[in-house]
Design a binder for this molecule. Structure first.
Ligand SMILES: C[S@@+](CC[C@H](N)C(=O)[O-])C[C@H]1O[C@@H](n2cnc3c(N)ncnc32)[C@H](O)[C@@H]1O
Length: 215
């Protein structure tokens, strides 16, 4: 699976990437009332422009992404369009980290990120991350996310449903599965869902708040 993602980035098969901020982020994030200055974890971040939106809202951002191509494109495009801020680079455990302004991008496998490396995280944002993972990996993702954020941490999850069975990515993740995956460690609130697009895909948006000790 890792090599398939690298291949996609090398070949530019990144239909999931949006050239604008996801509307659900701008619409629902302010309602979560997360203080500016709270660091936001963005797992499986790609080169999402949503990271700029979060940074502009006053949040340090920590994105984690497997593909170095995604990170280099994010940095190049940011330098071309937004900021001349320099990039500092360093290694942290098995990750190659690039920091530019408020955004830190950690290149490596999200599942290798350890709580000791990320102690300041207070919030998270998942758009097209859970649904990028095959069924057997999603449980591991939900538990890993819970291990990385402290009790009380809030986040936004933008999931997707379609009728193409287990075919993906993007995989279809319905309400029952979201409940099953996250309820043990998060309080879940369904914030909204869109209408089906031309391909029969429908997004749903969830607010999550990390409960107390891990289940
Ligand atoms: C569907 S894309 C979504 C990207 C981003 N969240 C967005 O909204 O554009 C999923 C991304 O996750 C990355 N990825 C997949 N598995 C990963 C892993 N185990 N650790 C870190 N990144 C991973 C892929 O390279 C890809 O860029």
């Amino acid at each position: 699976m890792r090599e398939q993602w690298r291949q996609r980035w090398r070949e530019g098969r990144i239909g999931f990437h949006r050239n604008d901020t996801h509307p659900a982020l701008a619409h629902f994030w302010p309602g979560l009332d997360i203080a500016a200055g709270t660091k936001v974890l963005v797992p499986l971040c790609g080169k999402s422009l949503d990271m700029h939106w979060l940074a502009d809202a006053g949040h340090p951002v920590l994105g984690v992404e497997l593909a170095p191509e995604a990170i280099e494109q994010f940095l190049d495009e940011q330098q071309a369009s937004r900021s001349q801020a320099g990039v500092s680079r360093y290694r942290q455990g098995g990750f190659a980290v690039a920091r530019q302004g408020m955004v830190e991008l950690w290149q490596g496998d999200f599942f290798h990120l350890h709580i000791r490396q990320v102690d300041e995280i207070g919030a998270f944002y998942d758009r097209a991350s859970l649904i990028a993972l095959p069924p057997a990996t999603r449980q591991r993702y939900a538990l890993h996310l819970a291990q990385l954020v402290p009790p009380g941490a809030q986040g936004l999850l933008v999931s997707l449903q379609h009728d193409e069975g287990d075919h993906g990515p993007p995989y279809s993740v319905n309400k029952a599965e979201i409940d099953m995956l996250f309820t043990p460690n998060f309080v879940l609130t369904e914030l909204g869902s869109g209408s089906r697009d031309a391909q029969g895909r429908m997004e749903s948006v969830w607010g999550l708040c990390r409960r107390g000790p891990l289940a």
